[in-house]
Design a protein around this ligand. Structure first.
Ligand code: ADP
Ligand code: MG
Length: 460
């Protein structure tokens, strides 16, 4: 190849590496091979279809943009899958469905471009559909409610409020609702955006003295989906505007769907009357995943990426050990596959433990409320049952408060979730316990010592 072109690619790589860091660069971009420039397109190849898709969806736009600054002739990139070595190809002979050369070529723009629903909203991820959402015990209520809202021609619950921890599928479900409604009836006006974006748009409208068109745009929608409302900031005019929009839409019988990382009553930064209004419809929470669901999700991801022959023991190992959230689970699978491709080693348990060391360790360190209760009960020499009991004697009440305090500190559980695990107590009881222990820590050196010891044991 032309030397000038080759050094162009090197410069592009250097910039991408600086931008994304060594780890991402080595996993995803280094395996690409540059093949030349044709018809204003830079042609690249990737070792597998999976990697090609990943690079396109995560880095494609940046690769294109960086390239264009190096060489203004290039307007697009194209990545195809390198023909595989004879051995692997024979092993996957059953997979001869797509024409190798042409069929594997993927333009940067996907076949069904994510539709920008309206100019006020954000675009939808074309992967987030109902049929790619794996249903299990922890998310069945949220899934059913989301599906009902998307299916129903009339307003069912208003609002539908979905909440759950990070990476458990809230955004996925909200996008799925939007896609579904949009596909059934393209005339229905759907807006999807995050609370942050809503605030930003509103502030910009105020600055441009154009609040009127902002109001009109939002109040003329049929379906409004707002993601991550915990990001509404403390009691200001954007919250107020959101509340007016919300009420106006409810009055006109328009569907609203909201997501947050906590329940309406736990949204401390949101004004009380708005909070309570948010809980009027159906509130559905997504719980932590269980093993079956995690396994199901991994299997589905492999299927979507057309990867066959992935060792079952490794899959189960991942489902057992990466328990924090689905995003990490997907990330782990991707990293493993990329690594194995890159170094040309088969995926085994050993390789998995090696490659995912950091992630596995981080997941190990996650403490459960049950462990906290057990350790605290042992330490203070009370019965485990007293963590749940109604007894108020100081010698059991104080350790219980310590356990609640540690649950708040060491887990990502919300106050109501913690309350539930302590014999169905109210979240205000938990809040009180946390404050009380914080106060006591200022004055009571023994208690502080106990807590530090417990924390170290739990985190070890
Ligand atoms: P959240 O918005 O709750 O933080 P996301 O909806 O962004 O989480 O989900 C994180 C990732 O996990 C996404 O790639 C999503 O597709 C995937 N995911 C989460 N739950 C599921 C599920 N039940 N089935 C399939 N994929 C899921
Ligand atoms: Mg989200």
């Amino acid at each position: 190849m032309d030397l000038a072109l080759a050094s162009q690619w090197e410069r592009v790589c250097a910039r991408l590496r600086a931008e994304f860091g060594d780890a991402a660069f080595n996993s995803w971009l280094r395996p690409l091979e540059f093949e030349g420039i044709k018809d204003e397109r830079a042609l690249l190849s990737a070792p597998t279809r999976f990697m090609r898709d990943w690079v396109i969806s995560h880095y494609g736009e940046r690769v294109r943009a960086v390239w264009q600054t190096e060489n203004s002739v290039v307007t697009d990139i194209r990545i195809h899958v390198r023909p595989r070595q004879a051995a692997t190809r024979a092993a996957e002979a059953g997979e001869a469905d797509s024409g190798e050369a042409e069929g594997n070529d993927a333009p940067l723009t996907p076949a069904t471009p994510p539709t920008l629903v309206t100019d006020m909203g954000s675009s939808l991820d074309s992967r987030f559909r109902f049929d790619s959402f794996v249903v299990g015990k922890s998310n069945e209520l949220a899934y059913a409610a989301a599906h009902r809202v998307a299916d129903s021609p009339t307003v069912t619950f208003n609002p539908l409020f979905l909440y759950g921890g990070v990476g458990l599928g809230k955004t996925h479900l909200i996008h799925a609702i939007a896609w579904h409604i949009h596909e059934r009836d393209p005339n229905r006006k759907v807006i999807y955006l995050s609370a942050e974006k809503f605030m930003y748009q509103f502030i910009r409208a105020l600055r441009d003295r154009d609040a009127m068109s902002f109001k009109q745009a939002f109040r003329s929608v049929d379906v409004l989906l707002i993601d991550d409302v915990q990001f509404f900031s403390r009691k200001d005019s954007t919250q107020e505007e959101f509340f007016h929009t919300f009420n106006a839409l409810v009055d006109q019988n328009k569907q609203i769907v909201i997501s947050a990382d906590r329940s309406p009553s736990d949204l401390e930064d949101i004004e009380e009357r708005i909070r309570s209004r948010l809980g009027w419809g159906l509130v559905a929470d997504i719980h932590q995943t269980d093993f079956e669901l995690r396994l199901g999700i991994l299997e589905q991801k492999l299927k979507t990426a057309s990867i066959e022959g992935f060792p079952q023991n490794v899959l189960e190992f991942l489902a057992h050990r990466i328990t924090s959230n689905v995003r990490e689970l997907e990330g782990a699978l991707n990293r493993l596959i990329a690594y194995s491709n890159l170094v040309g080693r088969p995926i085994t348990l050993e390789l998995t433990q090696d490659v995912l060391q950091d992630l596995l360790r981080a997941n190990d360190r996650r403490v459960t409320i049950e462990e906290i209760q057990k350790k605290v009960a042992q330490h203070f020499n009370i019965r485990l049952a007293d963590m749940h009991s109604a007894r108020r004697a100081r010698n059991v009440a104080r350790p219980r408060q310590v356990a609640m305090y540690l649950s708040k500190q060491l887990t990502t559980r919300s106050l109501p979730e913690i309350g539930r695990k302590f014999g169905g107590r109210d979240h205000t009881t938990v809040m009180h316990a946390v404050r009380r222990i914080e106060e006591l820590r200022q004055t009571d050196a023994n208690l502080t010592e106990d807590i530090d010891l417990l924390r170290r044991m739990l985190e070890a």
